[in-house]
Each structure stands twice: as C-alpha cells, then as structure tokens.
Design a protein around this ligand. Structure first.
Ligand code: NAP
Length: 486
C-alpha cells in the first residue's frame, strides 16, 4: 500500500467543530507540501467559525477578521465542510473512527460553570453564555426572553465575557444598529429599562481577569458612566506586594491603573452607569418566581501559602434589588458519547493533544483534542493557533512513528473508505455522505455556507450593517440551497 500521507493514500482527518481551534488545526495539517491530507470538518450548526460567529461581541468586528484566514483554509484542495451535522446525533464517534485515520475533537465548551448558590435558577438569572448566544443569533437561543425592564442588572465575574455582556447591555440603539447583533436582541436591548449594570468581582482589582482593552472600553461608553468607589481601590497587603513584585503580570498592573483612574472620575450624568465592585460574591439570588434581588457577601483576600491570592467570606452582607443576573464565571465542556471525558475538569483528557483513557492514561490511537475542550476555556482566539500546532505536531509524530490506525483499504477507494466498523454500526462500505443521507441529515457544504453568508451580507447592506444573521436553522438551510441552484 502506498505510504500514508502520499497522494495515492492521503491522511484522512475528521475535525469535530469549526471554531478557531478546528480551523487552525486544518491549516497546520494541510499546509505541509510533502503530505497529502484530506480534512472533513463537522459542525452541528449550518454555519462555521464557532465562537467567532456566536461568541465574539458584535461591537468587536475587527476580531472577526480572522475569518479571512479560515476562508483560505476552507479553499484548500481536500477540505470539506459538513455543517448541520451533529456528532453524537447524526453520526456516532465510532463511525468517524471507521472512516478517518485521525479524529480531532475541537468542539469547545458548550455550557457554563455554576455558582452553586440558592436562587441561581430563578427566572431572570441566566448564564452569560446564554445571553451571548442570544444576542449573537445562535439558533438554539433565538426564542429566549430576557427581562430587561428592571433598572438594575448584575453581572457576576471579572472576565472578558463579563465585560462583553456589561457593555452590550449599555450600548445605545444607534451603536447596536451598526453591528450584526441579532435583530431580536437589538430591539430588546435598545428599549431596555436597565440604567445600572453592577459587575461583581469576587477578588480585588489586581486579580480581575479582564484584559486591558476590554477594561478601557468600559470607560469609553457613549451612554454609560463608569463608576468605581475609591474605597474599592484600597488594596490589601498581598495585592500591593504582588503589584510591586517582578512576578506581576503587566496586564494586572495596567488594569489597576485604569481602575484607579476610573475611581477618580466624576460621573458625567449619562443615561446609564456601569459600576465595578470588587471583593463581592453573590451568596443568594432572591425573588418570588423571578429575580428581585441579589445578596452579596463581602470578601477579604489572603495569600494561601502557595503563592495564590484567594477570597474568603467576611460574613458581611448587602442586598441589591435587581431584575436580571448574568452569571459570567466561565465556560465548561460537556462529554461526547464514545469519547473519554474528565467531567471534573470539563475536558477531554489528553497529552499534548493525544486523547487518553481516563482510567489508564493510555493514548487512544487516532484520537486528538484541541482548543477549549483540550485545555479548558482560557486565552484569546490566537491562543488556539499554537495550541492547534501542538496537537497537529502530535499527529505528524504518530504518522512518522507508524502508530496511526490503518484504514482497511486505500482511502481513495470510495467503496471502502474506513477501518473496521464497530459492532452494530453501519458498514464502512458506506461513505460519510451516504451515511448522513441515510440518517436524513441535511448537511451543509462550504458552498452552502457561502450562500448563507452572501444572503446575510446582502440583507445587511441597505442598513449599513455587516450582515443580518439568520436565527433559524431552516432559514439557513433554505439560504444554502442557492448554492445548489447555481
Ligand atoms: P475567565 O476569563 O476565566 O473569567 C471568569 C471570571 O469568573 C473570573 O473573574 C473568576 O474569578 C470569576 N469566577 C469564577 N468562579 C466564580 C465564582 N464562583 N464566583 C464569582 N466569580 C467567579 O472567563 P470568561 O470571561 O468566560 O472568558 C473565557 C476566555 O475567553 C478568557 O480567556 C477570555 O479572555 C476570553 N475572551 C476574550 C475576549 C476578548 O478577547 N475580547 C472576549 C470574551 C472572552 P477568579 O479569577 O477569582 O477565579
């Protein structure tokens, strides 16, 4: 048999998830001129790009320009997109194993972390991830309803997602209408009664996870004053020592400088205010059938002996009336049937991207992970480029070492494209396209996505907007048909 990775016997790779980690992996795999690699990329949505489409805030269009790079990858020979295909529903992980030498899991972290406090599930208390998906027109969230009628909203967490949601609640209609925010969200946000957005950090200003540009932006909102009580900026000894030390992260130091400047500002009397509070943890969300108030516990900071500065409850309490709570304390991954999963950490166990069995720690040949489902929800989009390179280098090393699972026949033969089918599964003589057709999965090709993209952009043009996003799967599938009509 010709060598694996040769033109006669290309390396067949399935990538599950089409966000940045998936696309960077595809690019690293396909740009090698000495190897022939075919990539089939699966996404449960008809649209690619993961959090670049459904996570990045609509008022941050420049961040989305990375899509130009992903488009170049998608244009490479040997790349195929299978949108609207959910691995675990339309095709089982085992069935991918049977058809590809390597499967890379790049499906991110779909759910949110929980606070674990009473009242967390009251109507009006939402995971920030839900709110983000809703304003970004994710089809699963189009019918969500957020009660924005109360004058105060509370955002829990001091990360960039918290900054995004606080800013989105503060943006005026005129600014929302220049973005690709979902139409339903523009209407709700622009007519909202929220006047004050309180952002709670459980630790101090020196420990906030925001990056500097995101903090700065909170002080540049056209219709919202930024407010920090100067008393909040009185640092504890451990934080002060950290900020003065050589170990101090420059981002934290700069954040504290920006917060200090904010705390010296006189409010300009804008229509809204964003209030940053530190050492403040929610301990209970109260209300009769819906959120009416939040009980905040005052924390003090201490050095834990291992170099970390942690928060502990002082017992002091304060109750704030509010109608909306957005819990922004991080994302969490969920498991996929047939793939090892570490539920405690919310990720796929792996070593340098090679998936390992949870109990034995042994590598599962041909299985890899990348992005947030590999390392947890941290870093910016670009972080995934290096992360993807590490995983792809593991694939190249396994290819060279000859440990990549063999397919039964040269994969170029469409009749026999996979290795041994698992018990009870469809036989490998069925191609992935045939298998999906048998399951009734209406898969969207990259051409189909380009038709959706063109329709969205065209709809936005008369309104001076980058695009008007479809919010429903059936609308997307319908728009994708324009590609078939050509
Ligand atoms: P994150 O950066 O990890 O921030 C999570 C925040 O939640 C931290 O402030 C954390 O505080 C707090 N938290 C965790 N558990 C808590 C609890 N039980 N009670 C109160 N607070 C709690 O997560 P994220 O904001 O979801 O962002 C995820 C990643 O995406 C980050 O790497 C972020 O930079 C990135 N992102 C980037 C952008 C951008 O570049 N513009 C936009 C959005 C997201 P502690 O520090 O005390 O744990």
């Amino acid at each position: 048999m010709p060598a694996l990775g040769s033109a006669e016997n290309p390396l067949r790779v399935a990538i599950v998830g089409s966000g940045p980690a998936g696309f960077y992996s595809a690019e690293h795999l396909m740009k090698r001129e000495d190897l022939s690699v075919n990539v089939d990329m699966f996404d449960r949505l008809p649209t690619p790009f993961g959090l670049v489409r459904a996570g990045v805030a609509p008022d941050h269009p420049k961040i989305k320009s990375v899509i130009r790079m992903y488009e170049k990858t998608a244009a490479r020979d040997g790349f195929q997109f299978f949108g609207n295909v959910e691995v675990g529903r339309d095709v089982h992980a085992d069935e991918l194993d049977a058809r590809y030498h390597a499967v890379i899991y790049a499906y991110g972290t779909a759910t949110d972390r929980q606070l674990g406090i009473p009242g967390e599930d009251l109507p009006g208390s939402h995971a920030a991830t839900t709110f983000v998906n809703w304003y970004n027109a994710h089809p699963d969230f189009a019918d969500y309803d957020f009660d924005l009628s109360h004058r105060r909203a509370v955002v829990v967490g001091n990360g960039n997602v918290a900054a995004d949601v606080a800013r989105m609640v503060a943006l005026p209609r005129a600014e929302l209408e220049t973005t690709d925010t979902a139409d339903h969200a523009i209407e709700a946000l622009a007519s909202s009664g929220v006047e004050e957005i309180v952002v709670l950090g459980r630790r101090g200003p020196a420990q906030a996870a925001f990056t500097n540009p995101e903090v700065r932006e909170l002080g540049e909102l056209t219709e919202a004053d930024i407010v920090i009580d100067p008393a909040e900026m009185e640092l504890d000894d451990a934080s002060r020592a950290y900020l003065e030390s050589d170990d101090c992260d420059p981002t934290s130091r700069r954040n504290v400088e920006i917060f200090t400047e904010f705390s010296s500002r006189e409010p300009e009397g804008k229509r809204k205010r964003v209030v940053l509070r530190f050492c403040a943890s929610p301990v209970e969300i109260k209300g009769d059938g819906k959120v009416e108030s939040i009980v905040i516990g005052r924390n003090e900071l201490y050095e834990d002996g291992a170099g970390a500065i942690r928060a502990r409850d002082t017992g002091e309490r304060e109750e704030l009336e509010c109608g909306l709570v957005l819990r922004s304390i991080g994302y969490k991954g969920i498991g996929l049937d047939g793939v090892p999963f570490d539920s405690g950490r919310g990720l796929i166990p792996n070593e340098a991207g090679r998936v390992t069995e949870l109990e034995s720690g042994e590598h599962l040949p041909g299985h890899y992970a990348v992005g947030w489902i590999k390392r947890g929800p941290s870093g910016v989009i670009g972080t995934n480029k290096k992360d993807a390179l590490d995983t792809v280098n593991s694939i190249f090393a396994d290819l060279e070492a000859g440990t990549m699972p063999e397919l039964r026949e040269p994969s170029a033969n469409p009749e026999t494209p996979g290795r041994e089918a698992p018990d009870g599964a469809d036989t490998v003589s069925v191609t992935i396209e045939e298998l999906l057709a048998k399951r009734g999965a209406d898969h969207i090709t990259y051409l189909g996505w380009q038709a959706i993209d063109a329709a969205e952009v065209t709809a936005g043009e008369p309104h001076g907007r980058p695009r008007i996003k479809f919010c429903r799967i059936d609308e997307m599938v319908e728009a994708s048909r324009a590609a078939e009509a050509v």
